[in-house]
Design a protein around this ligand. Structure first.
Ligand code: TYC
Length: 103
């Protein structure tokens, strides 16, 4: 190759790898002090589910100890869990939401 030649390198075609973001469960944890109606109010405010769905989630946590409320990407799951827990704390209740990665 002389100085005037132009070398052209052809890049092999690469498939763009788009990974699905990992999902996290938001879990409602039962306690003995938070009133049931208050749990429903918090679920409605934070997760925007119907009254009926909120009641079902609350009663499942009450009976089984915990209940998965919904599944989101990490950022949103953690924000929602914090918002729900803070609403309980502000009202003087030990209401707790946690997050955990989905398998
Ligand atoms: N166990 C509470 C009661 O009997 C109600 C409750 C339900 C609290 C679900 C928290 O995540 C919870 N007042």
């Amino acid at each position: 190759m002389s100085d005037n030649d132009i070398a052209v390198k052809v890049k092999p075609a690469t498939k763009p790898k788009i990974e699905r973001p990992k999902l996290y469960k938001v879990i409602l944890v039962n306690d003995d002090y938070t009133p049931r109606e208050f749990v429903v109010v918090v679920l409605k405010a934070v997760f925007r589910m119907s009254e009926d769905m909120c009641y079902r989630v609350m009663i499942t946590a009450h009976q089984k100890g915990s209940c998965v409320v919904c599944v989101y990407v990490r950022d949103i799951a953690e924000t929602k869990a914090r918002e729900g827990t803070e609403l309980g704390k502000k009202a003087g209740f030990p209401l707790m939401f946690t997050t955990e990665p989905e398998e």
